[in-house]
Design a protein around this ligand. Structure first.
Ligand code: COA
Length: 245
């Protein structure tokens, strides 16, 4: 059977059990409070998803509260200087920061429980494994036997086909497409509308430009743009250590 037909059948076959699975795993209808670290643009989207699921935000932290992009009037935005209290609360965190390096940096000191946030319109096969701290936004589709690591962002309408692996702290931007058996390394950012063809390996801490088509494996720390994708920059370990350290 063609891969395409298999996927179509799979979507229809698994919808009811998918809903059950989400409930069992506490992705939906879970009323416990969540804390956010990050009060910028990205946290607004997470708040929107949580609101739909009836989940309250108990606290918001940001290193620079004056930079807050939005007003959630009932919650005071606190700074990291109150970190002494962070670990005492039972409410899990989401690191609501779009920058992959910075998300990793925060995760290093914030040894907390982490929630998973999944928009109700996302379609996720029940075989998919999803790490803690990961967020999946509206309209995304994740097909069978895909593994998604911790603190990953699957942005609006991203399409992830079968047997993909997405490592921790990666970010798939809106409308990014991973065909089957693609590997995305730790911290890699796949730009909006980029397409990665089947069985391609993208290294760690790469940037794939918006709209790019990636037809070959990409080494660690590369920035790749265009169709077919070409490497325009290579970051080094020093940059990684400065941003994540
Ligand atoms: C890839 C990217 C990071 C490059 O940014 P940069 O390092 O600042 O590079 P520059 O803007 O200096 O561009 C360098 C060259 O690459 C080209 N280029 C940049 N982005 C490109 C893209 N997405 N596709 C094709 N070419 C691109 C530029 O035109 C320029 O070409 P030139 O040297 O011939 O003039 C950025 O352009 C990009 O696409 N970011 C992804 C944005 C995104 O999807 N965000 C989603 C948020 S949710």
């Amino acid at each position: 059977m063609s891969c395409f037909l298999h996927n179509i059948m799979n979507i229809f076959a698994t919808l009811p059990s998918y809903q059950t699975k989400l409930k069992q795993n506490g992705y939906m209808e879970k009323k416990e409070n969540i804390r956010l670290y990050g009060a910028g643009g990205h946290s607004q989207i997470i708040y929107s998803v949580l609101k739909r699921n009836g989940v309250m935000i108990s606290e918001i932290y940001d290193d620079d509260p004056s930079n807050c992009h939005w007003g959630y009037k009932d919650v005071l935005v606190k700074t990291r200087s109150t970190a002494g209290n962070l670990l005492n609360s039972k409410d899990p965190f989401i690191i609501a920061i779009g920058d992959n390096f910075y998300r990793k940096r925060i995760a290093r000191f914030l040894k907390s429980k982490y929630a998973k946030v999944i928009h109700e319109s996302a379609i996720i096969d029940e075989s998919v494994s999803i790490g803690n701290g990961t967020v999946i936004y509206a309209g995304s589709i994740v097909q069978p036997n895909t593994t998604i690591g911790e603190h990953v962002i699957i942005n609006t309408s991203a399409s992830i086909d079968h047997d993909n692996t997405i490592e921790d702290f990666a970010h798939l931007s809106p409308n990014a497409t991973l065909c089957g058996s693609v590997y995305i390394g730790e911290g890699t950012h796949v730009g909006a509308g980029a397409v990665i063809i089947p069985e391609t390996k993208i290294g760690k801490w790469c940037i794939i430009g918006a709209g790019s088509i990636i037809t070959k494996d990409v080494p660690d720390f590369s920035t790749v743009v265009g169709n077919p994708g070409r490497i325009i920059k290579t970051n080094n370990l020093e940059v990684y250590n400065r941003k994540c350290g």
